[in-house]
Design a protein around this ligand. Structure first.
Ligand SMILES: NC(=O)c1ccc[n+]([C@@H]2O[C@H](COP(=O)([O-])OP(=O)(O)OC[C@H]3O[C@@H](n4cnc5c(N)ncnc54)[C@H](O)[C@@H]3O)[C@@H](O)[C@H]2O)c1
Length: 353
């Protein structure tokens, strides 16, 4: 089994990557958790495929299991659902040393992680990410949060799991739209840090070939994120590099009211559009945007967008919570595999859209 360790100043924890890992999960959890009580938090879609199997497996290893299953989708990353989780944890008599498992995509990981971070001032939790996005991104790095009506992820914390268990077999039940949504973030990692990954992704000729290589892809992406998070756990500097495509991407998501494009789809548009401009400005090697376009097309991601009202996009960027003051940081590529942070005056963003 592949294992990466996330080494932070105050904590080290493992990420395990193996096909079929769900079949031996009880025994794996036994190695890191000595008590009996476990609460699984999941959503209805994921529970339908993997819930009973997980409970059975944990029971076999001697654990007593309770479950909390919420509605699927971003709407569940709310205070209402969080409150419901706290109440259920109280009903189940959960105490400080008990364990919570987040079984699901990024919504479940963020919501459960925040519940674990705050319930009784913090109880241990484990991530079993089931969407590609969660396996390569949201389950690593310790960011946990819920949304407010006025914006996403506005209340949160940095709170790391005891371990992350990644079984790429579960991606077989994921809708294609979410698979390719996650691929946008995979492509992002390749663009900013890993030329070899980029050209391997470009060489795959079918979904089957992509799936066959999934463990290599997941491990490579986790490694990139691990290195960046270890250097800048609290997102005050270098971690910003992970925002490649995100400044414009967030603005596009917002412009379309979070209805037309998924996060990954918007990031794809953002990566291409900023690279096209940075190439024209001579900051990026020639041909990079064309390669990105080719890649995005291959993974069913739109790369060009016609925005009638550019001002609305600029306005959305202006209120992005990651930006403050006169300057903003944007992420651009020198070439494929080499991203860097570029500081510009706020008004200069015009040139990049
Ligand atoms: N914490 C972080 O660092 C971080 C990073 C990126 C994104 N996020 C957050 O992640 C969330 C998005 O995550 P997501 O794209 O995984 O969304 P999601 O959790 O809503 O999952 C997408 C859909 O796929 C379904 N699903 C998940 N796994 C499945 C499986 N194996 N089989 C069948 N269906 C499955 C879910 O039920 C849902 O309908 C957002 O809230 C975003 O803010 C957090």
């Amino acid at each position: 089994m592949k294992a990466l360790n996330i080494n932070l100043t105050h904590k080290t924890y493992p990420i395990y990557i193996e096909k079929g890992l769900m079949n031996s999960i009880g025994e794996e959890i036994k190695k890191i958790y000595a008590r009996k009580n476990i609460v699984i938090v999941s959503d209805k879609n994921v529970w339908r495929f993997y819930g009973d199997k997980l409970v059975e497996n944990l029971n076999k290893s001697g654990f007593k299991v309770n479950k909390i299953v919420v509605e699927p989708g971003e709407k569940s990353k709310s205070f209402d659902v969080l409150l419901n989780i706290y109440n259920k944890l109280l009903d189940f008599g959960v105490t400080r040393g008990d364990l919570i498992i987040a079984l699901g995509g990024g919504v479940i990981g963020d919501l459960t992680g925040f519940a674990a971070a705050t319930f009784l001032r913090g109880i241990p939790f484990v991530q079993i990410p089931t969407s590609l996005l969660a396996q390569i991104d949201s389950s690593i790095g310790g960011k946990v949060a819920v949304d407010l009506n006025r914006g996403k992820n506005l209340v949160g914390n940095f709170y790391h799991p005891e371990a992350v268990f990644i079984d790429s077999d579960v991606l077989s039940t994921l809708d294609d739209r979410y698979l390719y949504d996650g691929m946008a973030e995979v492509i992002k990692y390749a663009c900013i840090r890993d030329e070899k990954l980029f050209y391997r992704l470009l060489s795959y000729n079918s979904k089957e070939e992509l799936i066959q290589n999934m463990d290599y892809i997941i491990e490579t992406c986790c490694n990139v994120k691990k290195e960046i998070v270890e250097r800048d756990e609290k997102d005050t500097g270098d971690r910003m590099i992970l925002n490649f495509g995100h400044t414009i991407g967030h603005a596009i998501e917002k412009y379309f009211n979070f209805e037309k494009y998924t996060h990954g789809e918007a990031v794809a548009l953002g990566m291409y559009s900023i690279t096209k401009k940075s190439e024209e400005l001579g900051l990026t090697e020639k041909g990079v945007s064309e390669n990105i376009a080719k890649m995005l097309k291959k993974y069913n991601l739109q790369y060009e967008i016609d925005i009638e009202n550019k001002d609305t996009i600029l306005e959305a960027i202006g209120v992005d919570k990651k930006n403050s003051g006169k300057f903003i940081n944007i992420i651009i590529l020198k070439k494929i595999g080499e991203g860097f942070i570029h500081k510009i005056e706020r008004e200069e963003i015009n040139k990049f859209i």
